[in-house]
Design a binder for this molecule. Structure first.
Ligand code: SF4
Ligand code: SF4
Length: 104
């Protein structure tokens, strides 16, 4: 298969465009989960939130949330460490609250 070779400037331009178009979206870096003092899998919570709000898949979200252990989200102290660690500054404490209420 032939390899596509692009000049550095062109690669930079494409990368900038991709970053601009995905700004505010999760990059799946896991930083939020790593810093949570309560051991909450914040990235998974964001995923369940997306199942409900972006894909209309409440049943899938509920089943996944149940499997993870519902009590997890209830440990959230709303400390904001996850949001501070997020390169996209996603409002994660709000997401956790919403998951806790909606998937209870
Ligand atoms: S706000 Fe909640 S989920 Fe985020 S780091 Fe703090 S305890 Fe963890
Ligand atoms: S820190 Fe932000 S970008 Fe990274 S996984 Fe968590 S929500 Fe996604």
């Amino acid at each position: 298969m032939p390899t596509l070779r692009l000049p550095r400037a062109e690669l930079d331009r494409i990368e900038e465009k991709v970053l601009a178009e995905t700004r505010g979206s999760c990059r799946h870096c896991g930083a939020c989960t790593r810093v949570c003092p309560q051991g909450i899998n914040v990235a998974d919570m964001l995923r369940y939130h997306a199942y409900v709000h972006n894909y209309g898949e409440r049943d899938v979200a509920s089943a996944a949330y149940e499997k993870l252990g519902k009590e997890r989200a209830h440990l959230c102290m709303q400390c904001g460490a996850c949001q501070a660690a997020c390169p996209e500054s996603i409002g994660l404490p709000g997401v956790i609250s919403s998951v806790r209420i909606e998937l209870a």
